[in-house]
Design a protein around this ligand. Sequence first.
Ligand code: BGP
Length: 474
Amino acid sequence: MIVLNSGDSRQPTIRYPFPQGFWWGSATSAPQIEGAAHLDGKGKNIWDHWYEQEPNRFYGGVGPTDASQFYFRYEEDIELMKEIGHNSFRFSISWSRLFPNGYGEINQKAVDFYNKVIDKLIETGIEPFVNLYHFDMPLALQEKGGWENRFVVDCYEQYSAACFRLFGDRVSKWFTHNEPIVPVEGGYLYNFHYPNECNFTKAVQVAFHTMLSSARAIKTYREMKLDGKIGIILNLTPSYPRSSHPADLEAARIADAFFNRSFLDPSVKGTFPSDLVEILRAEGQLPVMQEGDLRVIAENTIDLLGINYYQPRRVKARESLPNPHAPLLPEHYFDYYEMPGRKMNPYRGWEIYEKGIYDLLINVKENYGNIECFISENGIGVENEARFQDENGIIQDDYRIEFVREHLKWVHRAIQEGVNVKGYHMWTFMDNWSWINAYKNRYGFIAVDIANNWKRTVKKSGWWFKKLAENNGF
Ligand code: BGP
């Protein structure tokens, strides 16, 4: 353990110093913070549409128009980011704001908005990390089948090229997708995203087209010879078996293939995991592809890997045979396992297992060529957080500070063991609209008081993060 102590009693003792230039910041997405869902020429996306159809599916009946108003308040918000120590910030571009129909004509007002955001970030000393797709398919393209339809891959390539051309002179960290498995799960397996299907065949096709779109965007980026890096952001959930019994190990391996290696392998290695391919083949569920697709994926792997980590996945061998008439799901192959004594976030119902972040990083070092990576999301959602306000109205979120600190200890250890991890981004900067959970679970360093004209107030954790970033460690 390195302990830095200058001998000056005013200087804090830094037990966990991070490498110089470490990226401290946070992440969010366009649909979750912008608001202005129907303003300045923006086209509808699947969230705007689904909310109109079924507002009851959204917590408290709150929809995407009520995202945190960044569209109007971005200047103040970026100042606040600086105030709490950010040197980098990841947001996404709204595809349907830039291309209201998903392709074709560009909406100049969207170009103006993103130019202003990027310029303001740079002027403030915060590096913009830009993601192209965060769950928000333009409705016009969903009406053509969304990611099921290969035409949408072409549209996405056009959209990505436009973003690189418009903003690539100032943005040098790009990401093709955020958590690409989530729209597959939500939209095509478990019914928490539009189009609310439960159809394994479509799920596989959607996953394949998403992966292909990522490789094609990377190819486009490289052909444009811009001076930057391009990557993908994956939510990785380390798969832990209940025991070392071979059947439990097998269950964990299959869960890992479905939920981690499905996107991690093609993104980093350019190939799909053979065990997953074998399962799909045996089920008669291989996706439709065209000649050359696998070559595009093989030749266009990422420069930079973003890792989102929230919770582990604990599994065991199935205890009963699956219903042969039920729709096929990955859970056909394993059961979930609740580890006795596991530590829980009592406010969200997710397990907290800090060492998981280290296990993921070591896996990247050992099995993925130690590719340059960073923690692109980590965070703790808390319901009804206003109850923790002190007499000055500051939320005393000590649980969040502890959560970050305990995860960072493991990130620090991974760095000491040679993992090429370059930064830590928190989910998220300010409380934001979280899909069907709307504002149920608050994740921000900054509280947003919706009823009080969207007032922003830094939580205790925001001030703690400022010190962490300034000291480059804790
Ligand atoms: C991550 C997503 C985010 C955000 C977060 C919180 O997986 O990338 O977009 O939604 O989860 O989720 P929730 O509000 O459901 O707790």
